[in-house]
Design a protein around this ligand. Structure first.
Ligand code: PLP
Length: 379
């Protein structure tokens, strides 16, 4: 039986949300297959295949860990495994998820300095360089968000990575909503931890997360006390090297990730990312044609989620109620998109994300519906 979700109008709606996203039926089918245990050969083969293909995806030789938690778990793990209590960490934040990472450090008792960029803007390489050059203390780890889902901003990690590497700190990057949908050259860019949840550009249901971690980061973790049990880099590394997991992981999701990665590799890592860029470009073009502005500045546009401003001179004249009506009208027309993030951005913008395996054709259908939904909202 086809696996569908229906809106109140009885229409099979499609998700254009920034995670969780539309999951193709072939992924759902994979999850429904019979399980073996996590100590079986069948499991080890899946684990091994994911490690190999993830390295291809990220252009890295670094170790791949599979986590039985969402992306936030790895974010907390980075803080606990890499920052000693008497060291300082530096966070660059430009939105809600960057802010959350910095607050995780503080709630784990770590010393963290936070450089906040105004929401809607990106973290420039110049800002990173200037901050590190002028620092009155030595930072052991730098934390940054690659693709800030709350604001639709993509930070230039290809330029920021080498600056942090030159300075001598470890670099942890939240690529939760960027990985796979945007090309990442982990080794060339000098990233020590790249982490992601699977409910974004991998198009799996939520539940597991993945990371690539450099040898430098594992070496550092060996010197950090109180890393805990569940989120310990070293225990996951030790078991992972034998394609095993320290605890009982969600096997159906891992099976789906294995097959998903095979499809991504078959499509081509660059092509899969290009598919995302082309779809987000279509959305930005539509928004501008309708009289909206894009929230992110030129050069910092996310390639996986578009945040569209409810500008004063745009169709909704800055009225937050009309964004809500538009989002509802889209749902009635069979497409789920989302309002602006949290209290700060609700009504001030809205977001559309063509992540995963949605096609250009489906994106165009969604935009045709959006043109009509703008008129619905204005009625
Ligand atoms: C950029 C970013 N970081 C972190 C997270 C948190 O990920 P999770 O919900 O998988 O823990 C999200 C979730 O939307 C995100 O978009």
């Amino acid at each position: 039986m086809p696996n569908k979700h229906l809106n109140p109008e009885g229409i099979d709606y499609k998700l254009f949300t920034p995670g969780p996203v539309e999951v193709p039926e072939w992924i759902l089918n994979e999850m429904g297959k019979a399980n073996d245990t996590h100590r079986s050969l069948a499991y080890r083969e899946m684990h091994q295949s994911i490690r190999t293909n993830m390295q291809k995806l990220l252009s890295t030789k670094n170790e791949i860990l599979i986590w039985a938690n969402s992306g936030s778990g790895i974010m907390e793990a980075c803080v606990r495994n890499l920052v000693k209590d008497d060291e300082y960490a530096l966070f660059f934040t430009c939105g809600a998820f960057g802010d959350r990472w910095a607050s995780m450090a503080k709630s784990n008792g770590k010393k963290a300095d936070v450089i906040k960029v105004e929401w809607g803007l990106g973290v420039s390489p110049e800002l990173v360089k200037e901050t590190l050059d002028k620092a009155d203390k030595k930072y052991s780890v730098v934390f940054i968000t690659f693709n800030e889902t709350s604001t639709g901003v993509l930070n230039p990690l290809d330029k920021i990575g080498p600056i942090v590497r030159d300075y001598g700190a470890l670099l942890c990057v939240d690529t939760v909503s960027g990985m796979a949908g945007t090309l990442i050259k982990m080794d060339d860019w000098g990233i020590d931890v790249a982490l992601a949840s699977v409910q974004k550009c991998f198009a799996l249901p939520p539940g597991i997360a993945v990371s690539a971690i450099s040898d430098r980061a594992f070496e550092k973790a060996k010197t950090v006390e109180n890393r805990g049990f569940y989120l310990d880099f070293l225990s996951l590394q030790k078991k992972g090297k034998n394609d095993e997991h320290p605890i009982t992981p969600p096997i159906p999701q891992i099976r789906a990730l294995k097959v998903d990665l095979e499809h991504i590799i078959e499509r081509g890592v660059e092509q899969y990312a290009k598919d995302h860029s082309e779809r987000t470009q279509l959305i930005r073009d539509w928004a501008v044609k309708e009289g909206f502005e894009i929230y992110s500045p030129e050069g910092y546009h996310s390639q996986t989620v578009v945040a569209i401003k409810n500008n004063e001179n745009g169709p909704f004249k800055g009225d937050p109620a009309l964004v809500a009506k538009f989002v509802d009208a889209m749902f009635e027309r069979g497409f789920k998109i989302v309002n602006g993030y949290g209290k700060q951005l609700k009504g001030r913008n809205f977001r559309i994300a063509p992540m995963g395996w949605v096609t250009t054709e489906e994106t165009q259908q969604m935009l045709d519906a959006a043109t009509l939904a703008v008129q619905d909202a204005l009625k």
